[in-house]
Design a protein around this ligand. Sequence first.
Ligand code: BES
Ligand code: MN
Ligand code: ZN
Length: 509
Amino acid sequence: MKIGLERREALAAGLDAVVSGVFLRGEKDNELPPTLSKEDAATGKQLTAAWKRKEVRGKRGEITIFHRPDGVGRLVLVGLGPRATYNHEIARRAAAEGLRAVRNRGTRAVGYRLAPFVTELVTTEAASRALIDGGGLGSYEFLRYRAATETGGGVEEITVHLGDEFSREEAALRRAVDQQVTIVETVLWTREIANLPADTATPERLAEEARRLAKEVGLKVTVFDETKLAEMNCGGILGVGNGSTHPPRMIVVEYAGGARGGRTVAVVGKGITFDSGGISIKPGLAMSYMKFDKSGACAVLGILRAAALLKVPPRVVGILACAENLPSATAYRPGDVIRTYNGKTIEVINTDAEGRVVLSDALAYAVEKFHPDEVIDLATLTGAEVIALGDDTAALVTPDDRLAQGLLDASAATGEPLWRLPLTDYHRELVKSEIADVRNSTEISVAGVLQGAAFLEAFVGKTPWAHLDIAGPAYTTLTTRKYQPAYQGAGATAFGVRVITRYLLGAAR
Ligand code: BES
Ligand code: MN
Ligand code: ZN
């Protein structure tokens, strides 16, 4: 797919569909807003007629499609809601909704007219980025296993058009848009891996993807197989992986950094290629979604891809803790005590609390080996996260206020929502064990997200650290998809790539 910025007027570019936006009309708005006069002309004044009929109201998400009398494609008008509450996230969603209203219907090239999406509060740069996001992410479908005859060609070209209004800003906008296109392409690349089923996306396959990526964009990659993991005393990753015939892997991907002597950020991801729960087996309902339990690790790969392509200032080390959690005669079991990389022991209460067990080795290795200034982990860690925050928001847990603020700022700029939860000694007490250093669960569940976080904290020591529990937003399901932004699509969302990349770039927009 080709995504980019164009100077030309959208309505004169011969596109299959032009998407434009309209704000909520007031009681007395009997005249079409002057910002839509180009749209009106292109539709042979059909728009004015529709406005007079009150067919176009500008309610958020309202779609009106006009067939142009000049025979050039269609005009798709998307409602943006009240002007006063409009923001870049509304533009992002509108961009996806407009595109999805016409895709797979002979629509190859879709363009956005920038002007109607720009206001006093949403700048040309913010609006351009949002349209690139919404169009690019919203166009995605996981097509690998579908017949081409069923799905048509899909959208191949997405462009944001400056037109007369902003053509002079082209040079200034080009840098921001190019950066955003790289981020969007990276999210799509990440989704394509995260959507792979567990028979294909084994820990070794994730290692292959990491090696291929490293070669393509210039990263250093090291893969620790089961023999090496045993030498390193990574009992957590080995324990969880023991029930599967697909052996576990720890994958380390390094980006050297834009500035010499700059800071180092370690990004650690949970890579459970399938989570059946193990001996503490899960109920069958919706277990197929547990192929997405590798989403944190996939996001880490995406973050490293973006870091390399965008040459972010800090040095970034990505660590993927990959294993498959299955029940078998060789599986780890409740009651087992595991010794991890840094010597700490874990009492296994529940084999379904496996994410924290694989992350224990990866986090301890990250701090010991790389002495990072900060560690950020991403994990589909708990069902409790989905219950607490729903499936659009990730939980952010960190004792470090500065790190929290940096991540929340990046979140506000990208539209990947984070909500901070408080970690206290109460939670630290909960994960203490009578026979080991920590236990991986309590018998009854309380403060699930924070128990998980308290456990992980025990393996990072004093290094500033933030934990993102992405169990909710990592993927969309049949039941909840209609409440999610349209740009999240079906299946893996690659949540975390946009917010952490923005954080690493170090600039809220
Ligand atoms: N991978 C799951 C968490 C999960 C649940 C992610 C639903 C996405 C949707 C995790 O490994 C898990 O099973 N957690 C347990 C922890 C418990 C046993 C302490 C949970 O949340 O029930
Ligand atoms: Mn589990
Ligand atoms: Zn899991």
